[in-house]
Design a protein around this ligand. Sequence first.
Ligand SMILES: Cc1cc2nc3c(=O)[nH]c(=O)nc-3n(C[C@H](O)[C@H](O)[C@H](O)COP(=O)(O)OP(=O)(O)OC[C@H]3O[C@@H](n4cnc5c(N)ncnc54)[C@H](O)[C@@H]3O)c2cc1C
Ligand SMILES: C[S@@+](CC[C@H](N)C(=O)[O-])C[C@H]1O[C@@H](n2cnc3c(N)ncnc32)[C@H](O)[C@@H]1O
Length: 726
Amino acid sequence: MPQPAAGSMTSGNWTATGSWHCWQAGGNPPRTGLPPGVNSGTVPASPAEHTRHFRTLTSRLWLQSTGIPTRAKTPLGHRTSLKIEFIDNTPYSPQYRDVYFSREDGLAEARHVFLAGNCLPERWAGCSSFTIAEIGFGTGLNFLATWQCWSRYAPASARLHFVSVEKHPLESATLKACHALFPELGSLSRELRAAWPGTLPGFHRCILDGGRVTLTLCHGDAADALRELVAGVDCWYLDGFAPARNPGVWNERVLREVGRLGRPGTTFATFTVAGRVRRELTAQGFHVRKTPGFGSKREMLVGVMEAAPACRLREPWFRTLSMQFPARDAIVVGAGIAGVQVARHLADRGWSVTVLERHGKPSMEASGSPMAVFSPLLTTRPSREEQYSLQSFVYLLHHLKALDPDRMFHRRCGVLELSMTDERRQRAERVASRPLPAWLVHPVTGEQANAISSAECGFPGLFYPEAGWIRPGQWIQRLHSHPNITLRTGSAVYDAGHDGTAWQALDGNGKVLHTAPVLVFASGRSMDWRQTRWLPFTPVVGQSTFIDAGMLRVRPDCVIRHHGHLLPGNGGPLLAGSTYQRGHGKAVADPAADAENLTGLETSLPGLLAEPADAGRAVSTAHCAVRMSSENRLPLVGALPDPERLSAEYPRMLGRNYRPPAGNPVYPPGLYISAAWGSRGMTNAALGGELLASLICGEPLPLQASLAHATHPARSLVRALKRGTG
Ligand SMILES: Cc1cc2nc3c(=O)[nH]c(=O)nc-3n(C[C@H](O)[C@H](O)[C@H](O)COP(=O)(O)OP(=O)(O)OC[C@H]3O[C@@H](n4cnc5c(N)ncnc54)[C@H](O)[C@@H]3O)c2cc1C
Ligand SMILES: C[S@@+](CC[C@H](N)C(=O)[O-])C[C@H]1O[C@@H](n2cnc3c(N)ncnc32)[C@H](O)[C@@H]1O
């Protein structure tokens, strides 16, 4: 019988602790070596403290859990609003008629049922990473208990991945009220709430504890969210309200995904002993047994996967085997925002990264704008592009908070999107009619727009309060200033080849610039590599223009988006932009493009200009470069296939029992790309860096499989193969 798996790539040996054997033999979950309180039913922090805290709340206080109207449908079609009450100082859901955690002591219950039930923390000994997946994030108590235990008992360099699905995410204020019941978790609660992505549907990644803990929140129904999850799970916390009250979580559809994401040695623990759950988990390959439950609960279930269930590989053409590389060493070609984001996300994981840049300094091409806007792209109906953009935007806010806490190079001044035409007004109305939270976007009247911007805009529109502008040069410098990153400027790469063990980046004389098992192309407009030539790129030239502050009646307080956009900056000239010339591959500054930007401003915002514009006097070119765009306006991020091998293998991939051949020749080992960021690289490339680092390290992905596939480098080839034209 397999043992519960220790963390992936572990050097420790679980069996040596012997605890699993005693559990197998019918005893309680292991007690040895546990932190104080784990599995021992410690008394909660003083009841008097609980009472004091909640005296202000009546015992039946209704908390509105989201800012979205009650029972509103979200873009993904599920309902997020859920009212919770506090009964006996315990959060309770009237809708599900169940408590979030034990009335006796929620924290002790989390430690007994989920930590000890999965033989934690013993399994962390010697591990380098460990993945826990949970159904029902709820108040996050299980997560906080696990994080606390991890920070005390896991190796300092190990990384915890905690993935949790939640259909009704709570507002931060509600989390705070729930966590206040457990003062010992106070600092962790504060850090979690500071990174909290709100109630937006979709996947959201939070990097906590300086990177030691990665939380992936999957907001959506368990069956749908788990179907979208790409991860190898070491243990499961099954915590989705009682099966009799919430069959939506404990059915074959959901538990099949639990099985799919497991592997021999994966464990689970749950508070329930319902026969249906037992049978279903057994059918998924788990050896299931009862063990004493927490407090007044007589029993609970635990189990270990003996054999992974036979699952058909989904979309094997996108499958990239998680690789074990001989060294954690990578080459990144290109020091624009895409390249340094990948480099930084790998460096933060302990990788050694060499960034090769052809210019004398970084960010000299598309990423060289003196200022750039970051804001989400909303569409009138839910779309992949929007979902990707929203998740990227939420991740970026978290990323900037950590990287630039003093806002030295970014401003969250808000972006005002004006509706100057009937068509735009209709678009704004349709966006505003969708159940999106006000912190993300809300409609404004003409008067409100004037008040927000302190400028005479004169048009209604949409306001994105958390969006703003950034100085890419300083951002990029902060990103590559990392002890694990070596930036080599003046290092133009002409070719790249694999010598059987590693990638070599070669200069124009065929001299090896650097060798590493992983190579990432992040070279912006230069994608004429033999490995990338077949990819669908469209170059788009853009130019932005400095506007002397003296030309305007007032410096606006926020970014104004009209037909183009105006960035206020903080002193010095403002920035107007940008032109958009599709199909052009050469970036040459053109006075006509500056005039175009100025005319756009004059036409859209006549009330803003102090005097008739004189392009020759107070206007100059700020930036001119080529953006690379793709066929579906999504970037290309992921492993690079060999197109001929993929085409040859494709017919076999259609077979029911397809398994990739040994060595996975369709995907050359260690070859990746991050490109085609179009006009939105500054908003979207941070999550791209996290995605690529997760792929390279074989970690849970920070976004849904369908989005990873929509941004996959092979997507257009696969589409052609499906149509029979590839
Ligand atoms: C005028 C303009 C305005 C923009 N405004 C915004 C905005 O407001 N908000 C926003 O989100 N986005 C904006 N964008 C888009 C954004 O700038 C891009 O999406 C982003 O910069 C792309 O980054 P990248 O790293 O892929 O490419 P790049 O920044 O071009 O980086 C590629 C790097 O690779 C290097 N390189 C290439 N070939 C080689 C080689 N052979 N060897 C070594 N190094 C090599 C290049 O020198 C370069 O440094 C704007 C773009 C333009 C042109
Ligand atoms: C018992 S609570 C979880 C408690 C949580 N683990 C904690 O630490 O606070 C059950 C959770 O499951 C969520 N839930 C209920 N049905 C769900 C579904 N179909 N998919 C995902 N989550 C669901 C509820 O919203 C609730 O937050």
